[in-house]
Design a protein around this ligand. Structure first.
Ligand code: ATP
Length: 238
């Protein structure tokens, strides 16, 4: 599979702090790649860098063969990289439908917009039931679905999912992973950041372990899950 996203020697930081220290990673077309690591390892920083919200201080990001290093976030979104941010960040005062609408603003025409909206509502029937409800009043799991639906309204070529299961009740965690599995089967390319390493490694074709801003291990999902060091640090020692 050819690489859709190719990251080389990427450095990202905040002021004088370097949080991501020269990482290399690659996401193939149609693949699900996961990034695991402890709190503060630099996972969210990496996602923000890929979404154009933080400018790299060194290294390069290539998407579909083109260099997009330093490209502004709105351009990156237009190229088809859509982020579901950590903590969901739906527009709380707006309705569910308005949130979805914002995600689909760049659809080429109204027919395509309507098609995407139908697909999202088929995937997330709970959102259909709550279309006119204020997003801030949804449960955490429903807000996660809305954040994913909003990203899918952009018909992403690459979906960046940052901790989609964080803080959710077990039933919602299961549902979110089932949806990620559906997206994978349909050929969506996904880069997934997760604290729930077990579930993430089960679904991922390939995984990277990030520690203090450096990739310390990478390989096929099952291989990483079987690594004793990963098991001890991220899988509860089993
Ligand atoms: P978590 O799971 O806790 O979100 P993470 O792996 O996503 O962890 P990051 O949030 O990327 O980690 O943080 C990486 C490093 O960058 C940490 O040392 C953190 O303190 C620092 N950092 C993150 N955001 C900022 C910020 N806005 N300003 C300064 N430093 C930051």
């Amino acid at each position: 599979m050819s690489a859709l996203l190719e990251v080389t020697g990427l450095h990202l930081g905040y002021g004088r702090t370097t949080a991501v220290k020269g990482i290399d990673l690659s996401v193939p077309v149609g693949g699900v790649v996961c990034l695991i690591g402890a709190n503060g390892a630099g996972k969210t920083t990496t996602m923000r860098g890929l979404a154009g919200l933080l400018k790299p201080t060194a290294g390069s990001i290539r998407f579909e063969g083109a260099d997009i290093t330093g490209t502004a976030a709105h351009r990156i979104a237009r190229l088809g990289i859509r982020q579901v941010p950590e903590g969901r960040q739906v527009f709380a005062e707006m309705t569910v439908d308005e949130n979805l609408h914002l995600g689909g603003l760049q659809a080429p025409d109204s027919a395509e917009f309507a098609k995407r909206r139908d697909l999202v509502l088929e995937r997330f029937p709970r959102l259909r039931e709550r279309l006119s409800q204020q997003a801030g009043l949804l449960s955490g799991g429903e807000q996660q679905m809305l954040a994913m639906g909003r990203a899918l309204m952009g018909a992403p070529r690459l979906l960046l999912l940052d901790e989609p299961s964080m803080g959710l009740a077990p039933l919602f965690v299961e549902e979110i992973f089932r949806i990620i599995g559906d997206l994978k089967r349909e050929g969506t390319t996904i880069l997934l950041v997760e604290q729930n390493a077990q579930a993430a490694l089960e679904i991922a074709d390939y995984a990277y372990v990030l520690e203090s801003g450096v990739i310390t291990l990478h390989g096929p999902g099952p291989e990483i899950a079987d690594n004793p060091r990963v098991a001890a640090a991220y899988l509860g020692g089993h």
